[in-house]
Design a protein around this ligand. Structure first.
Ligand SMILES: [Zn+2]
Length: 245
């Protein structure tokens, strides 16, 4: 019977391992998001610079397209001017060409401004390139370590599950059925409780001296009257803390 109790304790350890690992594995996406968030905060200034640079680039392209249109408009006006036969046609063509050229000039100033914004951002990004490189390296290392840890936890979970199956197979059918019944009924799934100092260590209910001595003897499976867990006695713990007992 003592060996059976030892197996039950091992089974309980495997099961609590399984629960811990499952919780860790379930929290992987959340923990990944947290790593991303941390680096996002640190990369905030860099990202702002990159956004400035990209916006300036897009804005310049947009203004250049406007210039192209205005140039066509000016050319059209020039052609109309050449073909003008009446004074009002002539005046209208001159006015149109003027308006187009004014627009072109304003847009060209905008192009220069956007080029300056772009170059300033580029220059600062180049200066901070080592910092960006370091940050990227740290982030990659962080994710790599995280993935590695997740892989190890997955392997540990498989080992613990195999251990769980093996122990359940090795136990007598009635004992394994009892264990399964208790662990499925108890909220935290912990089917065993240590009996120490005359009490059940799971529910803290006092145990009668006779029960205590039966548990200590370990000749049969004793369950707690209050929480129904299988009681076991761990002499090692007593030896480790003689003063408190
Ligand atoms: Zn109890």
């Amino acid at each position: 019977m003592k060996a059976e109790l030892a197996q039950l304790i091992a089974l309980q350890n495997a099961d609590s391992n399984i629960r811990t690992l499952q919780a860790e594995i379930e929290s992987i996406p959340q923990r990944r998001v947290e790593i991303e968030k941390e680096f996002d905060q640190r990369a905030f200034e860099i990202r702002a610079l990159e956004e400035n640079r990209d916006t300036a680039f897009q804005e310049r392209a947009r203004v250049e397209a406007e210039i192209f249109e205005q140039k066509q408009r000016a050319e059209r006006a020039d052609r109309n001017l050449m073909a003008a036969k009446k004074p009002d046609e002539y005046t209208a063509a001159i006015r149109e060409a003027d308006a187009a050229r004014k627009q072109i000039s304003a847009f060209e100033t905008q192009v220069l401004e956007q080029m300056e914004v772009f170059e300033t951002a580029e220059k600062e990004l180049a200066e901070r390139a080592p910092e960006v490189e370091k940050l990227r390296g740290e982030m990659e290392a962080s994710f790599k370590a995280f993935d590695e840890q997740a892989k190890v936890q997955q392997q540990q979970l498989e080992v613990a599950r195999a251990e769980h199956e093996r122990l359940l197979r090795e136990l007598p059918k009635t004992t394994s059925a009892l264990y399964k019944r208790i662990s499925s009924r108890i909220r935290d799934g912990v089917a065993l409780a240590e009996a120490r100092n005359g009490a059940c260590m799971a529910c803290y209910m006092s145990l009668r001296p006779q029960i205590m001595s039966e548990v200590r003897r370990g000749a049969e499976i004793i369950t707690c009257d209050n929480c129904n867990r299988i009681l076991y006695y761990a002499p090692d713990k007593k030896a480790a803390q003689p003063a408190g007992v």
